[in-house]
Every structure is written in structure tokens, then in C-alpha cells.
Design a protein around this ligand. Structure first.
Ligand code: PMP
Length: 408
């Protein structure tokens, strides 16, 4: 028995997709020119799959803050905050996040993935019960796996199904119910009905935890996310997020309206036993938070570009998975056709994401686009022109996919 035997099905699937051209899961850019353009060799590619929602990765102030912190503190923290201490950037960003959102407590982590892993696994103990959305992100699922609490899934975006399950569960002796949802779901780009979830949780005394990874900085009058947009931010117990999208860096955060959340720093294993984020990453996120506060026009531009692209794709007769938003997922008939089309788009200078099972809900195959406030009207026209040409090639794409399959 070979240790890699168990990956043979995955290997076959990967080999097949690679025969179509570039490996969609191993794209290598030679240079990133700015928030919307990259180079592969000499070919300029329009970036439409980066989650760089506010386009701040090349913002001069974010770069300057990051470089200054790098020069001041060096390249790495070489340890965890519990064992090796905090830097002023860590504390400053936590204070700024708490202040900006009006939350009592803020803790930052090395990635968004670790944020959910650490917080969910720790907040729910053996006597508690976790209730999670059926389409939860992998790091929420992994947080539940690490937690000693049993996990109950409810139907995607269904407050009524959650309520049914909370009622069925009844009184939790010596424990609490912790409900975990996301603000905007990363694959389809659909939004949770947050206000209804808040009301269900309040009716049943359950705590509510919302991952706003794809919505923080993008929605709400001051960019705090969808809970703010729905006017219920102060009724949510925990908000988590990432620096790797609108905050243009790497790292994550969990905010709570409960001051007592502070004590969990000394209980969250994925906080305690891993190196803290570098001051340069944290400083970039801190500068991006200032932009979120100062530049509502970024949100406005992102919204307008999303509406433009959504309307244009609909006019081409394509099936989209959600109303207009920064994530626009085009549903394709199967993985092979999606991968063939993905390659064609790449060859024609348009980078989107190929999203396939098990990473997608409903076993769907998607061409997933994520937009940026840095995209111009003309950039969207360019993306639309690509999809328009692609639509006209319909049969040719199917034939190309079948050729590869036949050669297997
Ligand atoms: N939550 C959600 C909903 C995500 O989509 C992601 C990553 N795409 C994360 C958390 C993890 O964030 P990070 O990339 O910072 O680990």
C-alpha cells in the first residue's frame, strides 16, 4: 500500500483538468502590476478573481505603513503573543477595530482561517451546542470539528430551519447555543438574512457569531459589514473577518460586544500556539481600515461595477447565482466545461476563479468573479466582451472538453 493511494481519484481529476491547459489551481503570476492587472510572461491579465474588494493592495498609504513597520520591527515576529509578546501594531489595530465597530473586544490572528478555528473551537465547550449553516466555509467546519461541542447544521440561509432545530434541541443544561453564519457566502455571493437570524437567536437565548470575511469593508454605512447594513451590529455577539480581502493584507480578527471575550486569548489554541501576524502585515491592514472609514466612494464604486457586470452577464443569458454584489458566480453545466472555459478566459487575458466541488454548494461548477473598487467601467466592459465571445463559442468549448475526455 502506497501512502498516496488514497489520493488516486483526486490525481486523475487533477490530471484531466491540467490537460485542458493551465492548472486552474496552480496559476503563477510573474508580476502583479496593480490591483486589477497582472503579468504572466508578457501577457497582461485583467484580475477578476482576487478578493481585492477595495483594491487597496497597492494603495500608497498602505504600502508606506507596511514598509515603515517592516523597517522598524523586522521581517517576522518569530513567536506567539502569549509566549513572545505583542508589538504596538497588534494592539493599535485591535483598538482601532473595536473603536470603528463599537465592539468591546477585538483580537487579531495570523489568518482568517485561524480566527474561526480558534474562536469557534474555544467558545463552544463540551456542554454547548453549535448550530451552523449547511454551506459554511471550511474553517467554520474545522472550528466545529476541533470543538468539543456537538454540531447541528441548518438549511442554508434559513432562519426558520434554525429556529426549528433550536426548539427541537430545547434547554441546554449547563451550556449555551452558539449559532455561526456568514455575512456574504464566498462561492455564490448570496447574503444571509442577518436581521432574521438575530431575532431567532434573541428569541431562543442563543449567541450569534457572524463571519464577515467577504462583507467587512464593503457593506454598511461605515463599512462594518452586513450586520451594520441591516442595523443590527450591536445585537451580534461575535463578528469575525479577515485582512486578506478588503483589508488588503493577511491576518484575521474576531470582535465581540462582550468584554469578557478578552479572557479567551489565553484559551484559544490557534492564537496561543502560533506566531503572531507580522507588524508589516498588521500595519497595512490598519492603514486599509482608515481608508474604509475615510473613503465611502470605494464601496460606491464597487457597487456600481458589480451592478454593471451583473446586468451585462444576465443580458448574455448566463445563469448567475445571486443578485448583484462583489462576488458574481456564473453557473456552468459541469466541471470539465467550466475548466475549458476558464482556460479560454485565461488565454484571452481574463483571470477569474474556477470553483468546483467539494468547495462549492450544490455540487456546482462555477466561473467565480470577484470585483474590486479599483476596476473601471472599461475594465468591466473588457470582462463582458470576454464572456460574450465565450458564449458564442458554446459548442466549440463543449467539443474541446469532450476531446480531452476522449483522449483519457
Ligand atoms: N471565512 C471565509 C468565509 C472565507 O471565505 C475565508 C477565505 N477565503 C476565510 C474565512 C479565511 O480567510 P483567510 O484567507 O484570511 O485565511
Amino acid at each position: 500500500m502506497d501512502i498516496f493511494d488514497k489520493f488516486s481519484a483526486l490525481k486523475t481529476r487533477t490530471d484531466l483538468v491540467e490537460k485542458l491547459g493551465v492548472d486552474p489551481f496552480g496559476v503563477k503570476f510573474d508580476t502583479i502590476l496593480n490591483a486589477t492587472r497582472g503579468l504572466i510572461g508578457n501577457q497582461e491579465i485583467i484580475l477578476a478573481g482576487t478578493n481585492n474588494y477595495l483594491g487597496l493592495t497597492f494603495d500608497p498609504d498602505c504600502i508606506e505603513a507596511s514598509v515603515n513597520a517592516l523597517k522598524k520591527h523586522g521581517t517576522g515576529t518569530t513567536g506567539s503573543r502569549i509566549a513572545n509578546g505583542s508589538y504596538e501594531e497588534h494592539v493599535d489595530l485591535e483598538n482601532a477595530l473595536a473603536k470603528h465597530t463599537g465592539m468591546e473586544s477585538a483580537v487579531i490572528f495570523s489568518t482568517g482561517y485561524q480566527t474561526n478555528l480558534a474562536a469557534i473551537a474555544t467558545l463552544a465547550g463540551p456542554k454547548d451546542v453549535l448550530f451552523i449553516d449547511a454551506d459554511s466555509h471550511a474553517c467554520i467546519i474545522d472550528g466545529c470539528r476541533l470543538s468539543a461541542a456537538p454540531t447541528i447544521r441548518f438549511r442554508h440561509n434559513s432562519p426558520s430551519d434554525l429556529e426549528k432545530r433550536l426548539i427541537r434541541q430545547g434547554e441546554i443544561e449547563g451550556g449555551i447555543a452558539l449559532v455561526v453564519i456568514e455575512g456574504m457566502y464566498s462561492m455564490f455571493g448570496d447574503k444571509a438574512p442577518i436581521k432574521e437570524f438575530v431575532e431567532v437567536c434573541e428569541r431562543h437565548g442563543a449567541y450569534l457569531y457572524i463571519d464577515e470575511a467577504h462583507s467587512f469593508g464593503i457593506f454598511g454605512p461605515t463599512g462594518c459589514g452586513l450586520a451594520e447594513e441591516e442595523g443590527v451590529l450591536d445585537r451580534v455577539d461575535f463578528i469575525s473577518g479577515t485582512f486578506s480581502k478588503s483589508l488588503a493584507s493577511i491576518g484575521g480578527f474576531c470582535l465581540s460586544r462582550h468584554k469578557a471575550f478578552e479572557v479567551t486569548r489565553k484559551a484559544m489554541r490557534a492564537y496561543m500556539f502560533t506566531a503572531s501576524p507580522t507588524p508589516s502585515n498588521v500595519a497595512a491592514a490598519r492603514a486599509a481600515l482608515d481608508k474604509i472609514a475615510e473613503k465611502p466612494e470605494l464601496r460606491k464604486n464597487l457597487k456600481e461595477r458589480s451592478e454593471q457586470l451583473h446586468a451585462g452577464l444576465l443580458a448574455l443569458g448566463l445563469e448567475l447565482c445571486a443578485p448583484p454584489g462583489p462576488i458574481i458566480a456564473v453557473r456552468r453545466p459541469n466541471e470539465l466545461i467550466a475548466a475549458t472555459e476558464w482556460n479560454w478566459l485565461m488565454e484571452n487575458g481574463i483571470y477569474v476563479n474556477l470553483a468546483v466541488p467539494p468547495g462549492t454548494p450544490q455540487s456546482s461548477s462555477l466561473l467565480r468573479i470577484s470585483l474590486s473598487a479599483a476596476h473601471t467601467k472599461e475594465d468591466i466592459d473588457l470582462i463582458l466582451a470576454g464572456f460574450s465571445q465565450l458564449s458564442q463559442l458554446g459548442d466549440a468549448m463543449t467539443a474541446r472538453a469532450q476531446e480531452v475526455l476522449a483522449a483519457q
